[in-house]
Design a protein around this ligand. Structure first.
Ligand code: PHE
Ligand code: FE
Length: 284
């Protein structure tokens, strides 16, 4: 990020986008994508939700390594009108929300090193494109992400980003979906991680609780390790419906109600799994 955080770095446009420069990727970089892609596409059937798996098929993301955004965008344009734009790294909140509000998903263009297959701090092209873009081919999720961008701009104006960011975290990044076949993953942070794709569904440690908008926005999250709680939506439509209301009154209540400890189970919670929290305890 630039010094003041608001001026695009040299070479970036005023909206912080850059060219993907697909031709500049090396064979080794394409190979990292293919390794990650093969590992996840083997693991995710029966774990990721149908919308994700269909999106993955529709976009044909396995052809020849790191996808060319121009090719993805032709397909996305037909499906939901979303596109992927390359950015140099994390961008200011306002820039990020403005892209989402206009159905553009800002994606890192760099790819992790072969020794970072399992963990890295900044989102790379695998997390951003493999993790996020398939869900953007679903019409309902596509509307949700646009609405989130518009809501983000309003929350910024009102100084309420803190609570809204938790909604993004526990849905877009780490959300689970209830289906007749069992819980499925739709969150990008999970589907792009081999270990968390297993942990989020199978491990006895984390709590798995029914999604409730206000509850989620009162729950802190961890950025350094597997989540201690996952929230389960009954459908993508229910998620969109729950967020259509104006959040003005909600922000007012949140300012008074305070946070819920990360691993707590509250009286009103719908409990899918009461976790042991053994994983987090062992690391503490
Ligand atoms: N309805 C929210 C508001 O009034 C906007 C929003 C929609 C936020 C979807 C998040 C997700 O601010
Ligand atoms: Fe992400």
């Amino acid at each position: 990020m630039s010094a003041d955080g608001f001026t695009p770095p040299p070479g970036a446009r005023s909206d912080w986008t850059i060219d993907q420069d697909w031709a500049a990727y090396t064979r080794a970089e394409h190979q990292v994508w293919m390794t990650l892609y093969e590992r996840q596409s083997r693991l995710l059937p029966g774990r990721a939700c149908d919308a994700f798996l269909h999106g993955l098929d529709a976009l044909d993301l396995h052809r020849g390594g790191i996808p060319d955004f121009a090719r993805i965008n032709e397909e996305m344009n037909l499906l939901t009108g979303w596109s992927v734009v390359a950015v140099p790294g994390l961008v200011p909140d306002e820039v990020f929300f403005d892209h989402l509000a206009n159905r553009r998903f800002p994606a890192g263009r760099f790819i992790r090193k072969p020794e970072q297959l399992d963990y890295l701090q900044e989102p790379d092209v695998f997390h951003d494109v493999f993790g996020h873009v398939p869900m953007l081919t679903d019409p309902i999720f596509a509307d949700y992400m646009q609405a989130y961008g518009e809501g983000g701009l309003r929350a910024l104006d009102r100084g309420q980003l803190h609570n809204l960011a938790r909604l993004y975290w526990y849905t877009v990044e780490f959300g689970l979906l209830e289906t007749p076949q069992g819980l499925r993953i739709y969150g990008a942070g999970i589907v792009s991680s081999h270990a968390e794709s297993i942990f989020a569904l199978d491990d006895p440690s984390p709590n798995r609780l029914g999604f409730d908008l206000e509850r989620v926005m009162r729950t802190p999250y961890r950025i350094d390790d597997f989540q201690q709680v996952y929230f389960v939506i009954p459908s993508l439509q229910a998620l969109l419906d729950a967020t259509l209301q104006d959040f003005g009154a909600l922000y007012g209540r949140l300012a008074r109600s305070g946070d819920i400890p990360i691993a707590a189970i509250e009286p009103g919670d719908q409990v899918f799994t009461q976790g042991t929290q053994a994983y987090a305890a062992a690391k503490a």
